[in-house]
Every structure is written in structure tokens, then in C-alpha cells.
Design a protein around this ligand. Structure first.
Ligand code: AHR
Length: 656
């Protein structure tokens, strides 16, 4: 029946007659299986300008001149610029992690004689009356130099300005200044004139909005973090994704190079820079301003379990597939051991001290660690065994996540599934980027999984609607509805499915490589897709215990296009029903409650629906598909849920 969903796209639900159903029997007498608080989480990767150019609020692109082309993002300006006024100096091993800086010969320069402009990532979003914090590292030989700092709008008019005096200094020093923007500008830029006479060295030229998340200097974009906070995620997986593996081993994610002082975090190319020829992003690098400390801090802010994934000694098998020989894995294993010390160790330990020096003496209480992302084959198993042995010997309580590879089934999946079960893996990370039909047809995927074997982490999934060339509208209601149907199956099996996360998380409207994505942003705004609201409805209505809900002795997992999961919220004493009608006919579903009686008050009903399966949200219509909330009276006798066609309905029912 769900096949009709894919053909009849724009039917009006109100004109169709409701279909009668056999009752759904909801058994509240027997609440034994607990749902993990980690059940619904988020997956973060620096893809689609997710971190640099996205949630990491730095506005200057290529602040330390370390991009492959050192002046990418920058423009030299002024009448003196032609005379060799700008040079890139490379300090080599003297500053291995940040070798380059910019040398400017400022020769008796007056206003407009020599300067620099930075274009931002896709322009810079500026807000009226907001303070912008500038900083730079400098050295100066010669007379004092005045920096004239300017914020510009699209017409190159100055909308904010200030001056900063630099005096001679042999040592590198950091200086700061603030500018106020007089206008809101979606695609502004930054300019810096230099006036005076001397040889000026510049590095780490930085500009941040002051309205970051929690007002942290050099922090994260508040609107984007708020979108995550509104999901109340049970965990945050970071830093990816394929970015963990790297195109080759030299560009793998190395957490130790992402902590400590910003100017010592080594910039590397982002693997998504070159991954897709049709969406290439030559200016996509990783500054690691959002590094492992900041990820842990974010997890803490959100009340989520931190879930880092580390490279297991294999580069991405879709790219080079480079392998670290088994007898040379020590450095990789040590990175994993040291990460646990960084997160949880006492401040007297080497890595615990670094955490404390960065401002967090208390442990981050890491409980989960992923070894490898989407790796497959015997080469993965061999490496995983080495990691598992070392990690379990030292930290037996840390739950290890192992990869089931990139595919939801097939020979690679079957091989790993068998091996990981034989290894008694803690949690297996399964990924499914599939069509809506697959999601609708697989809501019972876990019904018959081995209850005694490893637990499941549905670590990356998204419904991919095909035949839509414009990436921005692939996140339509059809995709979201099919995910909701599938998620009832995840929830119904929450005794073994302990974690689940949609992927990828963020995407910049002008900087994406991969679609669909959960949250879209431009330089100033962000909006949730229909899939975002599906995630939110599940995540903010998670329960504490599983409830059996059966129709004619079976869970509703696609019969007549219906999908249902039921949970108990012990804190609120509420029964929570998630009901998907993926068909094009409205349904009346009789409900029979057993084991508890309805309490006082009303049913809180939340519904997601759209007139068309192609409906999508956008910057100008961010809530076209968003939950509608209403209250329904508690029925005295005949309980029926009216489920309009193509809807996700969530009911919270107070019980005695
Ligand atoms: O989510 C995008 C990519 O999909 C991830 O980086 C990778 O793990 C998967 O193939």
C-alpha cells in the first residue's frame, strides 16, 4: 500500500474517506524494556561548510594563510600594493603547525595606500548594531602603524570602522579591537588599511560576531547551536563521517592537532574540498577552531553524551584506502587511549592537564568511543581487534562503537556483521542512505535481530529522494515521512537500538557538497527541514520504557501504510504514541489501552503534515512543514486516533 505514497503526490486528505482499522492493543501492564537516554542524537561533520564557514563563527577565511593558495580569500588593495608590498613567509620547522604568515612592507603609507580585504566564506553575514571582535597576531619593525579596520556592505560602503595602533615589536603579540556594524548585510566583507612606515608581519587575522553561543569569544554561531539544543540530543557524534578517515592518511582527522592554542592547530585541506567534481569547493579547509575540546564542551552544553569517532589506521576506502601496517598501529591506538585521558583523566595526567589548561578541569565523562568510520573488510577487523584489546584492557567501561561499513546490507555488511558479533562488539554502527521506498519497507528491520548480541547504533541515515536535481529541495516531506515511518521501527526496537542519528547535520545554501541535510543555513539564518522536525518530534518525545502496541498480534510496520511505536514516559506518567500514516487515505485507528487508566487533563497532539510530498522548508518559509500542536479531550470510552493521509502524529496521553 505504501507504494501509492510515491505516486499520488498532491491529494487533498480531507476529501478521502477514513479507513476503519482493527484496534491497536496497547499494553501498559508490562513495562520492562528501558529506552536508552542516548536514543536520539546528532551526527556532526565538517561537510557542506558545517564547521568552518558554518557553526564555527569565524568570519575570516584563511586567517593564517595556510590554504594551498596562501592568499585565497584575500585581496591586496591600494596604490602601494604593486611594489612587492605583500609576501608570504614560511617558517618551516620553527612553527611546524602554523608555518606561514604575511609580511607587508608599509612604506610611508597614507590612507588608501596599502591594505587587505577578506571575502569571508560566502561573504560575511553582518548584523545591525552588533559588535564584531577583531584580533590579529603581529610583529613590527619600524615606526608605529595604524590599522584602519572596516566592515563593508555589498556595495563596498563602510558599515563599521575603528582604528588600532601597532607599535614596534620583535616578538609576536596578539592585539584586539571591536567594530560596530550599522547595518545588516547578508554578504559583507572585511577590509584593513595599514598607515605608517615599517615591516609588518601578520598572522591569525580573525573577526567574530559577539553574539556567539553563550557569548563565548571565538565561539559558535548561536542560531545553529540553538537548532541542536532544540533537538535535546541524547548524544553528539563527532567529527564525522569520512572526515575521520581522510582522503589519505596524511589528511585524516587527528584530534591532538585540534586542541590547545588556536594558532597551533594545524590547518589541513577538508576532504570535501575535492570529493565531488560537480560540487567542488577549492576554498574548503579545516582550521580546527572547532576542535575536540569545543566538541566536548558543546556536548556538555547540550546535555548530550559525547561520542567521538577515531581513525583506525585506514584512509577512506572510497578514496586511497591506505592502510597503516598492523605493527605500526601504536600511534593510532595511543591517540585513542590519550583521548580518553583528555576527556576523563585527572588534571595531574598529561592530557587531563591540557583539558584543565583549556578551561575545563572537571572531566567530560566520556562513555562511548568509535573506532573507524565506514571501514570494511578483514583489514578493518584486524585493526579493530588491536584497538579493542588495548582499549578494553585499560578502560573496560568505555563502550566501543564498531563500523558495519557504508551499506545497509550486502556482502560487506554481512561479513562485518558476522565478525563483529563473533567479537562481541558493544555497539555496531549501521548506515543507510536509501530511497524512501527502502525506509518504508524496512520499519521491521530490527524486529528479529538477536536480542543477546551487540547493540545497534543507527549512526548515519537519511532518505534520499531521487530525480530531484536541486539539492535544496531534496529534503522534502516525502523523505521526512519515510524516515518517520522507519524511526517507529527503531523506537519499537529500542531494547537493542540504543542510538540513532540522521546525517549529515548542517549545510550551507551556497557551500554544500552533499544533500539531503538536516539543517540549512546562509550567513545569517538557519532553518530546519521537514526531517529536522521529524527528528525533533521523536527526540523531544522520547520515553523511558518500551510499550507493546500490536494490531492483530503484530506491530504496525507498514500494514495499510501505518507505522506505530509506543513508549512510556515515567517522569511525566504519560503514554507517548508516534503514529505515521504514509498512505493517501485517512485512517481511524481504534486504540485499546490495557494495564493503566487515563489520568486527568488532555492529550497533547503534535502533527506534521503537508499538502504535497514535495513540500520543503526554506529561508523565507522556514516552517512550511512544521509541527502543529493541539489539545484533544481524553475520550471516555471509544478511543480512536484520526490519522490524516501522509502525516506523523505524536500523542502524549496522561495516565493514572
Ligand atoms: O554523511 C556524509 C557521509 O556519508 C559521511 O561522511 C560518511 O560517513 C558517509 O558515507
Amino acid at each position: 500500500m505504501w507504494k501509492s505514497l510515491l505516486t499520488g503526490l498532491v491529494l487533498s486528505t480531507s476529501t478521502l474517506v477514513a479507513q476503519e482499522q482493527q484496534p491497536l492493543q496497547i499494553d501498559l501492564a508490562n513495562l520492562k524494556d528501558e529506552i536508552a537516554p542516548t536514543m536520539w542524537g546528532v551526527f556532526f561533520e565538517d561537510i557542506n561548510l558545517g564547521a568552518d564557514g558554518g557553526i564555527y563563527a569565524e568570519l575570516i577565511k584563511n586567517r593564517s594563510f595556510e590554504f594551498y593558495k596562501p592568499l585565497m580569500g584575500w585581496k591586496t588593495i591600494g596604490t602601494l600594493k604593486q611594489e612587492g608590498g605583500f609576501r608570504i613567509i614560511n617558517r618551516g620547522l620553527q612553527a611546524e603547525r602554523n608555518p606561514r604568515f604575511l609580511r607587508v612592507e608599509v612604506k610611508n603609507a597614507g590612507a588608501g595606500a596599502i591594505g587587505l580585504e577578506n571575502e569571508g566564506f560566502r561573504g560575511m553575514g553582518l548584523k545591525q548594531n552588533l559588535r564584531y571582535d577583531f584580533s590579529t597576531w603581529y610583529r613590527l619593525e619600524g615606526k608605529p602603524i595604524t590599522l584602519q579596520l572596516e566592515l563593508l556592505n555589498e556595495q563596498e560602503q563602510v558599515v563599521g570602522t575603528t582604528k588600532l595602533q601597532l607599535t614596534a615589536s620583535d616578538e609576536w603579540q596578539k592585539v584586539e579591537a571591536s567594530l560596530l556594524s550599522s547595518a545588516t548585510v547578508p554578504k559583507g566583507k572585511f577590509r584593513c588599511w595599514m598607515e605608517g612606515d615599517g615591516q609588518l608581519d601578520l598572522d591569525m587575522i580573525s573577526l567574530f560576531p559577539s553574539d556567539t553561543w553563550k557569548g563565548r569569544k571565538g565561539g559558535l554561531r548561536a542560531d545553529m547551536v540553538q537548532k541542536l539544543a532544540d533537538l535535546k540530543p541524547g548524544f553528539i557524534r563527532f567529527p564525522g563521517g569520512c572526515i575521520v578517515e581522510g582522503h589519505e592518511l596524511s589528511t585524516r582527522y587527528q584530534w591532538k592537532k585540534t586542541v590547545g592554542p588556536l594558532e597551533e592547530r594545524q590547518v589541513i585541506i577538508n576532504r570535501w574540498n575535492t570529493e565531488f567534481a560537480h560540487r567542488s569547493a577549492p576554498d574548503y579547509f579545516q582550521s580546527f577552531g572547532l576542535g575536540f575540546f569545543e566538541y566536548f564542551q558543546l556536548a556538555e552544553d547540550l546535555g548530550s553524551e559525547p561520542l567521538p569517532i577515531l581513525n583506525c589506521g585506514m584512509a577512506c576506502q572510497f578514496n586511497t584506502g591506505e592502510l597503516v601496517p598492523l605493527d605500526q598501529l601504536d600511534e593510532y591506538v595511543q591517540d585513542a587511549l590519550d583521548l580518553i585521558e583528555f576527556a576523563n583523566g585527572d588534571v595531574s595526567t598529561k592530557w587531563g592537564k591540557l583539558r584543565a589548561d583549556m578551561g575545563h578541569p572537571a572531566p567530560f565523562n566520556l562513555k562511548y568511543l568509535g573506532v573507524g568510520n565506514e571501514n570494511w573488510g578483514p583489514q578493518y577487523v584486524e585493526r579493530l581487534q588491536v584497538f579493542t584489546k588495548a582499549l578494553k584492557a585499560r578502560y573496560p567501561d568505555i563502550q566501543l562503537i564498531s563500523s558495519a561499513g557504508p551499506f545497509s546490507n550486502g556482502p560487506l555488511f554481512d561479513y562485518l556483521d558476522k565478525e563483529l558479533r563473533a567479537m562481541k562488539a558493544d555497539l555496531i554502527d549501521e548506515h543507510y542512505y536509501r530511497k524512501p521506498e527502502w525506509f518504508l519497507g524496512n520499519a521491521n528491520r530490527y524486529d528479529n535481530y538477536d536480542r543477546k548480541g551487540p547493540k545497534i547504533f543507527a549512526g548515519e541515515y537519511a532518505s534520499h529522494v531521487e530525480g530531484i536535481s536541486n539539492g535544496l529541495v531534496r529534503n522534502n516531506w516525502l523523505a521526512a515521512l519515510s524516515e518517520a515511518a522507519f524511526m517507529t521501527g527503531l523506537e519499537r526496537n529500542a531494547d537493542i537500538v540504543r542510538m540513532a542519528s540522521y546525517a549529515p547535520l548542517f549545510s550551507h545554501l551556497e557551500g554544500w557538497q552533499w544533500t539531503p541535510d538536516l539543517i540549512w543555513v546562509d550567513n545569517l539564518n538557519s532553518y530546519g527541514t521537514p526531517s529536522y522536525y521529524v527528528q525533533q518530534l521523536f527526540s523531544t518525545n522520547r520515553g523511558t520504557h518500551l510499550v507493546k502496541a500490536l494490531q492483530a498480534g503484530k506491530p504496525l510496520a507498514g500494514q495499510d501504510s501505518l507505522y506505530v511505536s509506543a513508549v512510556w514516559d515515567d517522569a511525566k506518567k504519560e503514554l507517548v504514541l508516534k503514529m505515521v500514516n504514509a498512505g493517501d487515505v485517512a485512517v481511524e485507528l481504534p486504540l485499546q489501552l490495557k494495564g493503566k487508566k487515563p489520568g486527568k487533563g488532555t492529550i497533547q497532539a503534535m502533527q506534521l503534515q503537508a499538502d504535497s510530498l514535495q513540500a520543503a522548508n526554506s529561508i523565507s518559509a522556514p516552517r512550511q512543514v512544521a509541527p502543529q500542536v493541539s489539545s484533544l479531550p481524553l475520550p471516555k470510552k471509544a478511543w480512536k486516533a484520526n490519522l490524516p493521509a501522509r502525516t506523523l502524529t505524536v500523542w502524549r496521553i496522561p495516565m493514572k
